[in-house]
Design a protein. Structure first.
Lengths: 221, 221
DNA sequence: AAACACCCTGACAGAAACTGACAATCAGGT
DNA sequence: ACCTGATTGTCAGTTTCTGTCAGGGTGTTT
């Protein structure tokens, strides 16, 4: 049945980071290339975020396309609470991303969903990350794997400067902490964002190195 | 095209809290009842959580069935961070619900998703709600709108007892707070869960009353 | 228990959609 | 200009789908 094949195409594309050619799709689904061209056109007409380029192949547009998912009430409660927590704890950028997630869910759930209109679980007002906290920029540096020069003020007020590999950011109750790999010390170092006097993102990229990743640090806890 | 109609059926069911008869679906989609029966069978064979009962009609099974959704990287980051926050801050039950959400998302994103395997944003260890905190039971009482007798210990250690309408729960950094409507005082009252010596859920239900809802309280902040 | 509302499935003829093969066109690279 | 691969249009044959009809079952209300 065709509907199943349309979903299968999305599954294949979802599972691949690189573009997939129509021929590969045709082979894996046992149909002709012409049929794949038709299916892609149908998916696109239905609004699926699939794009293709001559000589390259097809892929899902930047981002993540989740298939239909079913949640129980308590699961949706947890999900919505989580989104509200991020809104409360992150800075404007993170909060805006969370708001967009919420908006997308609201759009599809509509008026029937009481957890949206009449929430049961809320998040208390807490320290909100100011734009000047650097959270967004440090997240970007981390994502792009750019070494970063950090001017840090320790708990006695003394400043120190170092160039580190930013690996990840952790939300504690009142502060965010940047976990980085310090090449001088050859060890992980944590920096509270509220104690970072200033920082400067370099254009030196660092590579993934086993033992020196955020995951390695998180596992060591 | 049939695929579009299958989605349309889900949209109609998603937007209705009450069962919808095959005839209503047939009328709104311009097909025969027999075709709706076939479509429902197809949706069910594809795993959609649709159920029907003779004399009643069709509806989505308890819970919420979200259609395909597309998220940008930062949106998914926010969503996953939120789920991790709930896992860190809630009790076992809430955390389990969050874990199931995460598992569902992991299942569909598979290995390609680095935000899952190699997160950029983490949540610090913090006070976890013990099972004895009552969070899950109070959430249940709130959901079922059952008056609850609360033995409360104020900050001087003195106990007091009252029967209230539990309205909602709020997560602060270190504590959860129950917001309730006190019928004696005719006002909202908040109770930190860690200061609730004990509570007893009654079987007296309370109705929705404008001005006395969690939403009313949240709006007053 | 009876009446009403609604779900369900099989069979069949006709209609609609789909498919693969082939040809033509387009786009990018050499 | 030529080559290669992607894409779209066309067509005949195949497959799927549809509505109608018949027959059977379940849930709710009076």
């Amino acid at each position: 049945m065709r509907t199943i094949r349309l979903f299968s195409i999305l599954d294949v594309l979802r599972g691949r980071k690189r573009p997939v050619s129509a021929q590969v799709l045709a082979d894996s689904l046992g149909v002709s290339v012409r049929t794949i061209y038709r299916d892609i056109a149908t998916l696109q007409s239905m609004g699926a975020p699939v794009r293709g380029e001559g000589g390259v192949g097809y892929q899902i547009e930047a981002g993540f396309f989740l298939p239909p998912l079913h949640f129980e009430q308590d699961e949706l409660d947890a999900l919505l609470l989580g989104i509200r927590m991020v809104t409360a704890r992150g800075d404007d950028t993170l909060g805006a991303a969370a708001a967009r997630v919420l908006s997308k869910i609201e759009t599809v759930l509509g008026d029937t969903e009481t957890s949206l209109n009449q929430p049961l679980l809320a998040v208390g007002a807490g320290p909100r990350q100011a734009k000047s906290s650097g959270l967004t920029d440090l997240k970007s540096a981390t994502q792009r794997r750019l070494k970063t020069k950090v001017i840090y003020k320790d708990d006695r007020g003394q400043l120190s400067e170092r160039v580190v590999r930013p690996l990840g950011l952790t939300a504690f109750e009142a502060v965010w902490v940047l976990t980085a790999w310090c090449e001088t010390r050859e060890a992980f170092r944590n920096f509270r964002l509220d104690r970072i006097a200033s920082f400067e993102i370099t254009d030196q990229r660092f590579k993934r190195e086993p033992g020196k990743e955020f995951n390695d640090y998180l596992r060591s806890l």
